[in-house]
Design a protein around this ligand. Sequence first.
Ligand SMILES: *[C@@H]1O[C@H](CO)[C@@H](O)[C@H](O)[C@H]1NC(C)=O
Length: 494
Amino acid sequence: IKIILNFFIVVSLHALVVSVCVIRIEIQYFNPSFRARSSCICPLSSSTKEMRNVLLIVLSVCSVASVVRSGSSDGFTKLRDTETAISLLEKKLMAPEVAMVPLTLIQGAGSKGAVCLDGTLPGYHLDRGFGSGAKNWLIQLEGGGWCNNHRTCVYRKTSRRGSSNFMEKTLPFTGILSNKPPENPGLLLNYHHHGSFYKCSIALLLSTLLVAFADFFNWNRVKLRYCDGASFAGDSQDESSQIFYRGQRIWQAAMEEFLSLGMKGANQALLSGCSAGGLASILHCDEFRELLPSSTKVKCLSDAGMFLDAVDVSGGHSLRNMFQGIVTVQNLQKGLSSTCTNHLDPTSCFFPQNLVSDIKTPMFLLNTAYDSWQIQESLAPPTADPGGIWKACKSDHSQCNSSQIQFFQDFRNQMMFAVNSFSKSDQNGLFINSCFAHCQTERQDTWFAQDSPQLNGKRVAETVGDWYFDRAKNIKAIDCAYPCDKTCHNLIFE
Ligand SMILES: *[C@@H]1O[C@H](CO)[C@@H](O)[C@H](O)[C@H]1NC(C)=O
């Protein structure tokens, strides 16, 4: 009788907690910075009703388990272990500090000739997954421009973009790389109550819910460092100057390393990257799919990787000239998609607009329509604007006059045209917001913060999550033209 009584007490307590919890969850949904001890933290799940049912079932199972366990002293030992594990997990996940993740060099890479521009070993930062994310892998390819001639490649050898000797030994993991649900959506329950039945069931509940609602925060998260100068695509070398163009080999050596660290048994995987890394994610997407078993769910995300073959303010082709330099100095043609090189020249096949519609793996393109890097380096670089009349406008869009804004509107139209056939496929996703920015996944303020950029009421993290986890169909979020978006985090350059 006592056991049955306990059972009912626990169940009704839980029902009470659940109703409070669901309300909190709803608050949290609109306010990701909301944090409090003794409260539920943030899910992003589409349906709270559904969640309530799951919670109730889980709670009932927990209650039974806790009542049964309370009957034996052995149960209490197990209980204390669970509690310790849970409180450690909470400490790690709820700590306000950003996780700093150490650099690991790929020891086996040297013998495969997979080296940085200066011949040093390539490296990556790995933060291990946990709970329901332990068998999921997010690979983020670092960006950072390219070198397009002998001079710039020699210079690059003496920087972190060309040598692991100069790389940071630890990196902060923020945005899509964050391990914390308030920064990278997921559900984490975080409350305490005195009384062992209760604690036990909460502990069980917590671990079960980690299984139920998590996007990327508890995945294995990797940042692969970029030190080859050609979006992980080159495979040649300059004997006389001792420069190694081995991006393709670095890619392969890194993938072998991650496969051996557990990626070969992945349930889910996402290849991502920003800027030159966003282009690399496009170049390597189908190869990545091929590396993994067919049972693994594999998708790719390119952030700010839609570099357009556009005409600059002087009527020239600044970015095309730069890309031609990269393709030539690194001898890229054999590394590029043959589907593309069969009908186009190699330089064109380094431009995503000629590649994205042929990618077989589901792909998400995240880009601003007024990409600030492209405005600065492709549309109005100093060489195309020797008089400097675009200087003020390209650093701060509020300084542009109407004809300059019109030039950017034409660029946006080219962006729309470039993604047109890509967007015909249901499995592909799009988020093209009308902002002046570059890279939105790795930065906390643009990925998932209270005032992050939104399209159709959803932030970048929520939209990417809806697409990856198939929570919504045919996600094509395209903004109206400037200046309609009031949620932008526009970049302003000094
Ligand atoms: C806008 O500024 C540019 C550069 O200063 C100038 O050439 C152009 O005539 C201006 N257009 C208008 C409409 O004021």
